[in-house]
Design a protein around this ligand. Sequence first.
Ligand SMILES: NC(=O)c1ccc[n+]([C@@H]2O[C@H](COP(=O)([O-])OP(=O)(O)OC[C@H]3O[C@@H](n4cnc5c(N)ncnc54)[C@H](O)[C@@H]3O)[C@@H](O)[C@H]2O)c1
Length: 306
Amino acid sequence: MKVLIATDKPFAKVAVDGIRKEIEAAGFELALLEKYTEKAQLLDAVKDANAIIIRSDIIDAAVLDAAKELKIVVRAGAGYDNVDLDAATAHGVCVMNTPGQNSNAVAELALGMMVYAVRNFYNGTSGTELMGKKLGIHAYGNVGRNVARVAKGFGMEIYAYDAFCPKEVIEKDGITACASAEELYKTCNVVSLHIPATAETKNSINYALLKEMPKGAMLVNTARKEVINEAELLKLMEDRADFKYVTDIMPAAHAEFTEKYAGRYFSTPKKMGAQTAEANINAGIAAAQQIVGFLNDGCEKFKVNK
Ligand SMILES: NC(=O)c1ccc[n+]([C@@H]2O[C@H](COP(=O)([O-])OP(=O)(O)OC[C@H]3O[C@@H](n4cnc5c(N)ncnc54)[C@H](O)[C@@H]3O)[C@@H](O)[C@H]2O)c1
């Protein structure tokens, strides 16, 4: 069996070493395609692969057509909107993610960005504190739960809304469950976004929702840029000089945000949420173990396509 690591943005070497150990211990062969610049290189590399480990790499119908021997693709990470799930199902390919492996890394970044913003981006002026402020966690999944855990240490008052997670699960963690996104935004000084990019969530963070936030509000986005209605966010920041936006996913209109809203806007230069040695290793090794479990025992835990 041949397992391919296809990463435009490579794993850390220590993570590749860990993956290799898992794959070779199972008697499989490991191939590596890193920092490829042309899609043709990916199409060529997948030809004889039985399994592929990816990061943010695009797996579409063309890749699946080229990968005649493919049985499984594992996205080492949480979001899997870079994989065409319907095409994978049509090709009989199992798609998995590695939930939870990078959640702490993303949560630490979210809190770090909050501190950075309330301290006026460390510009030498007096800022505010997170303690006692109301934090809204929009989606109580793996990252949202870690944000809650860390934010408790800051002494924040925590609220959460999740369309699918039962209220009891949220309240068991000592967090106030909101009945709707509207209630969450109306209540909280800071909202941290942790919804996936789906047909339902795309463009859903809009003017109507954000305008309800209290004075001095801040939106923190470590989820996906597609969930934000950018044109409406720009309009809101125009209308509300008190509103801050900090994001780990650079908006298409980054130049406009930077020019018009200096001092109230920050974006990481490229997505950094999961960019830690620990998250890299955890997600990579989990991907390798899931592939071995699937190929040897048919284990489909973490399968995300139908
Ligand atoms: N910045 C980064 O590097 C980075 C890293 C990891 C994850 N992410 C993003 O963060 C997102 C969350 O990651 P996670 O590991 O917590 O995922 P997760 O699957 O564990 O949690 C997602 C949560 O969203 C909820 N949800 C789904 N649709 C919803 C809706 N319409 N309204 C409200 N809640 C809804 C689900 O019930 C679930 O609890 C990922 O989908 C990914 O896009 C970014």
